[in-house]
Design a protein around this ligand. Sequence first.
Ligand code: ATP
Length: 215
Amino acid sequence: MKQFAVIGLGRFGTSVAQTLMMMGYEVLVIDEDQEKIQEVVNQVTHAIQADAKDENALKALGIRNFDVVIVAIGKDTEASILVTVILKELGVKCVVAKARTELHGKVLVKVGADKVVFPERDMGARVAHSLVSSNVLDHIELSPDYSILEVVAPDLLVGKTLRQSDLRVKYGVTVMAVKRGREILVSPSPDEPIRENDILVAIGENAKLRSIERE
Ligand code: ATP
């Protein structure tokens, strides 16, 4: 089973660590603040107080044996960058780093982060999309051009099958799944009629998804 380490117990790091634990994974957390460590000591596999800028401390913890290390240090940009460099130099295969700004993100990529996440920016965008249309429940940006949208089936589609609705041709989007109450129809048949209150999980170009948001 994959082993994870989370460095920095702010709101983001704590949430990542708790969610991984809930999913049944082993999680090591590291924070320089002893109080933060005390708060989570009973909720995670191991909680260690250490300055992650200290290469020897990370080495002693056997950090290179972890499959994924999440650098969740935010305010101290220098620390976040240094820790990412050290982790890559120590041979950690997958380093996921949290960035506060675009520039911070660019630097993290340059120093070797395998994945950079922007929790505040991404959550802001998701909330904005859900505010624009009461039909939109969630929006996940896959790239600057493509997204996945979770949208309550617009009235004009109810009663039609996916084939009849012609979403691919009219809007250039593909419905990957339909959520119906507690049921999820994955890769629904083109002959599946869309019912009232169905939730469509659609993938497509951002510009085209916007036209569905407005329906
Ligand atoms: P969030 O927005 O997720 O709440 P944040 O972006 O404001 O967090 P910070 O509060 O700056 O992030 O840092 C998160 C945690 O990282 C803090 O608990 C802090 O003690 C810890 N931290 C910062 N620098 C280091 C370091 N060098 N080694 C270990 N932990 C560190």
